[in-house]
Ligand binder design. Structure first.
Ligand SMILES: [Fe+2]
Length: 303
């Protein structure tokens, strides 16, 4: 069952994320915001080798993912480019349905680094340019939405390349606090349309229309979003326009809920596909930014 059809599912009706479920929402909200970390350092867990995660390391990582939908690990593998590092973490978190995109490596991971030649140089992730706020796979089909995202840093850039991160459940709270109708507008099945990608006169990816916020059959919140304005069509009504403006205002604000940091070699992000961006960066001979990215259809185990 995909998330778009699932809004009428019984689990969705009783979810705190359903806009009509006021009592459960308030209880969930209070618990969520209680002792919510407001410093990126509070998200960092020092571990040994991610390929040999101990039970206590895993539990520590999982506990933070339950709270904030993300955790940053600092492992001891430094610039080791072994793809098994992120793959082992994915397995530990029970997510194996790897979404292998057309520019992925043979392992199913995507190597994000500057590409001077070939098709990759035409796509922003493979350049040194900034990437604005988004969740991964916003252009995917409804039944192939990305529910978890792992990033592993093999090498950082000489300068720049910081990431900002925002728990999508916090974005939901900030919007619902302003006006629950914003949530209703962003849950509409036609809230956000990503036009088809045309290459050499052919449809390389078809147009995808769907909600920004949706509730999974398990009652969890999913977000499908990009802040970009080119090639994105929002539903043509006043409330959707107010809601998307409010969301942009949050993302452009200096909210203490927005984490910002530079990940070092051996570090990485484990997340339920939270909102994130990337600053522009500059490489030199020694520091050529290289991130592995893994996208999965399932949520992190036990979160
Ligand atoms: Fe991304």
């Amino acid at each position: 069952m995909n998330t778009i059809q699932s809004q009428r599912h019984p689990a969705a009706q009783s979810s705190p994320f359903h806009p009509d479920n006021h009592a459960d929402y308030l209880a969930w909200r209070e618990q969520k915001l209680h002792q919510y970390p407001q410093d990126i350092q509070d998200l960092v867990v020092e571990i040994g080798d991610p390929r040999q995660l101990t039970d206590s390391e895993f539990q520590h990582l999982q506990r933070l993912c339950r709270k904030t939908n993300m955790v940053i690990y600092a492992g001891n593998t430094c610039t080791d480019p072994d793809p098994n590092i992120p793959l082992a973490l994915g397995r530990a978190f029970g997510v194996e349905g790897l979404n292998k995109n057309w520019l992925a490596d043979d392992t199913g991971l995507t190597s994000l680094k500057v590409s001077e030649a070939g098709v990759r140089q035409h796509y922003i992730p493979y350049t040194n340019r900034a990437i604005n706020w988004h969740t991964d796979g916003y252009y995917n089909r409804a039944d192939e939405q990305i529910h978890s995202l792992l990033l592993h840093v093999v090498q950082r850039a000489a300068s720049g390349g910081e990431n900002r991160l925002l728990d999508h459940e916090i974005a939901y709270i900030l919007l619902r606090d302003k006006n629950p109708d914003y949530i209703r507008a962003l849950m509409a099945p036609n809230a956000l349309t990503i036009p088809a990608r045309i290459e050499a006169g052919k449809i390389a990816r078809r147009e995808e229309t769907g909600p920004v916020f949706s509730i999974t059959p398990e009652g969890k919140l999913h977000m499908r979003y990009t802040i970009r304005v080119n090639n994105v069509i929002c539903a043509d009504d006043a409330m959707t326009s107010y809601a998307t403006t409010a969301l942009k205002d949050i993302l452009h604000s200096d909210s203490p809920y927005i984490y910002r940091g530079l990940l070092q070699p051996g570090m990485g992000l484990i997340s339920n596909n939270v909102l994130h961006d990337r600053a522009a960066f500059t490489d030199d001979e020694e520091h050529q930014r290289h991130y592995y990215r893994a996208r999965y259809f399932g949520r992190l185990l036990g979160t």
